[in-house]
Design a binder for this molecule. Structure first.
Ligand code: ASN
Ligand code: ZN
Ligand code: CA
Length: 333
């Protein structure tokens, strides 16, 4: 049957009205992104296995901005997958999670009141719960970018998901998830250095994590210490998230897109940022070229220095910036 790539409209929960790439098949439209490897978005309808049903309808306008329409979460997820694909392609010339042009797929409405989202290598897919009382689906842009970036990490350094390497794995997802959010430049879901600020996972409007000062979440650490590897990976990620913030923006107070930050350093010595774009290039090259499955914080510093040297030279401000940002989280020579 004749299939055509279409531009539909998504009325998302978190990112306002967006365009979605869909596929027309006869008189139906489906959430199949023909421009990005054929990424499909499925409705699990509270199931927890299989793919459920591919979102399919006779109109190419998806969702109504609230959970009263099942396609709203589909619209957010489909948009997040597209922005993540475009972020990796445009920023790093990476074609999909494995750099082979092949799309993953998304599943929304997983389980009942499931307050998480996750990437799974075995299905090469990502899955979103509907949140507490099915009210706040975990489908925001930074969460989508975070989860799909777990696939990129698996396909590259493959950082073990425990100990210090596990913290670096988690931080890599926060870093690139944040990269996706800034890249999308969505006026409703602006770029920030907060994780999960849209999904109200704490029930009081606060974000899940803070990159400028990770300890604000009550569990993450701002700096490295021996023994950090015994924390949960979502807390041992703190120093690497903090390093990335320092490298991008520098220490101290700053307002970006209307959000206020105040980033400390472990030794009180101020750090000057090199900009988000260069910081992203350095972390991506470090991840994809120099890190291995057992890389720890000291190894991440070496990997990032090697990446900065390869990209900008050892006399560059970027190279010096990496050393200073790691010193700011108590990882030194
Ligand atoms: N949402 C979580 C994460 O990506 C799922 C997990 O704990 N692995 O980190
Ligand atoms: Zn994660
Ligand atoms: Ca965010």
């Amino acid at each position: 049957r004749f299939q055509a790539v279409k531009t539909g409209i998504g009325n998302t929960q978190y990112s306002g009205q967006v365009t979605l790439t869909t596929t027309q098949s006869g008189s139906n439209y489906t959430l199949t992104d023909g421009a990005r490897g054929g990424h499909k978005t499925y409705n699990l309808n509270r199931g927890t296995s299989g793919t459920g049903t591919l979102f399919s309808q006779t109109s190419d306008t998806w969702g109504n901005g609230t959970t009263s329409n099942a396609a709203t979460a589909g619209a957010d997820a489909h948009y997040g997958a597209a922005e993540t694909w475009d972020f990796y392609k445009s920023t790093f010339n990476r074609s999909g999670i494995r750099n082979d042009g092949v799309a993953a797929y998304s599943r929304v409405h997983y389980g009942n009141s499931y307050v998480n989202a996750f990437w799974d290598d075995s299905c090469f897919c990502m899955t979103y719960g509907d949140g507490s009382a099915n009210a706040d689906p975990l489908t925001s842009l930074d969460v989508a970018g975070h989860e799909m970036s777990h696939g990129v990490t698996s396909a590259t350094a493959n950082l073990n998901y425990s100990g210090e390497s596990g913290g670096l794995n988690e931080a890599t997802s926060d870093i690139f998830g944040t990269g996706v959010e800034f890249y999308a430049n969505n006026s409703t879901d602006v770029g920030d250095y907060l994780i999960g600020e849209k999904i109200d996972i704490n029930g009081d409007g606060t974000p899940l994590r803070y990159m400028d000062k990770p300890s604000k979440d009550g569990g993450s650490k701002d700096s490295w210490y021996s023994g950090i590897g015994s924390l949960d990976v979502h807390y041992s990620s703190g120093p690497a998230n903090h390093m990335f913030y320092l490298l991008s923006e520098g220490s101290g107070s700053k307002v970006i897109n209307g959000v206020s930050y105040n980033s400390p350093t472990s030794d009180g010595v101020a750090v000057t940022g090199i900009g988000r774009a260069a910081a992203l290039q350095i972390w991506y090259k470090a991840l994809t070229t120099y890190m291995t499955s057992s890389t720890n914080y000291a190894g991440a510093r070496t990997a990032a220095l090697n990446a900065a040297a390869a990209l900008y030279g050892t006399n560059s401000t970027q190279y010096a910036g990496v050393g200073n940002a790691f010193a700011g989280i108590a990882v030194g020579a």
